[in-house]
Write a protein that binds this ligand. Structure first.
Ligand code: GAR
Length: 215
């Protein structure tokens, strides 16, 4: 059986999650062949990081901000992914809302999408932007990180893995983020590796949502 799954990483910024995923792939802890890194931002540090590692990089700019622009943009992204034989799409700090065009191109016959995201909160708490700051400003005592599959409604898809951490002693949102990134960097390679190796099963919850469990 083939052991490495062709993946692409979509990211908009710094790329610390890209770093740990690329390292895990090099060290054989992530069964992935990272074929491509795509960013919507030409100046995203992640592009330079990936290029330095000899990974192909693409900047695909958005034509605009409306829903139709989103679909046009995603159609370009899908064409690039399909040309390179990508099977799983990994979002790592990709600050765009993705459309049905991308989701349906990567929908598995078992119902879920082969689009994975990491969100910096214990979903369904604190969806959207700046989730570590949201948790800090709300006064939460515990927050965390969620790895989930993509669906149309932002930050709503089936949960794959979650890990929490305490905010005790955190005096700023930046301190929360520092703690959270350590958790992200442990959780993402591990959860993604399980998905790529097919070590999971999918069930329906009593509310009809998909639940992804390790198997
Ligand atoms: C990470 O904290 C990630 O969880 C978050 O953006 C950051 C990207 O950091 N993603 C979201 O907020 C998605 N809604 P990185 O570029 O260093 O990986």
């Amino acid at each position: 059986m083939r052991s490495l799954t062709p993946i692409a990483i979509l990211a908009s910024g710094r790329g610390s999650n890209f770093d740990v995923l690329a390292r895990a792939a090099r060290e054989g802890r992530l069964a992935a062949d990272i074929r491509l890194v795509i960013s919507d931002r030409a100046d995203a540090p992640v592009l330079e990081k990936a290029a330095r590692l000899g990974i192909e990089v693409l900047h695909i700019a958005s034509p605009g901000r409306g829903p139709e622009d989103r679909e046009l943009h995603d159609a370009q992204v899908v064409a690039a992914l399909q040309n390179r034989g990508v099977e799983w799409v990994v979002l790592a700090g990709y600050m765009r809302v993705i459309s049905h065009v991308l989701l349906e191109a990567f929908r598995d016959s078992r119902g879920f999408t082969r689009v994975v995201n990491i969100h910096p909160a214990l979903l369904p708490a604190f969806p959207g932007m700046n989730a570590y700051r949201q948790a800090f400003e709300y006064g939460a005592q515990v927050t965390g990180v969620t790895v989930h599959l993509g669906e149309l409604e932002v930050d709503s898809g089936p949960i794959v893995a979650q890990a929490g951490f305490s905010l005790e002693g955190c005096r700023s949102a930046d301190e929360v983020e520092g703690r959270g990134l350590e958790v992200e960097h442990r959780l993402y390679p591990q959860a993604l590796d399980g998905l790529l190796r097919g070590r999971f099963k999918v069930e329906r919850t009593p509310k009809g949502r998909l639940r992804v469990l390790p198997s």
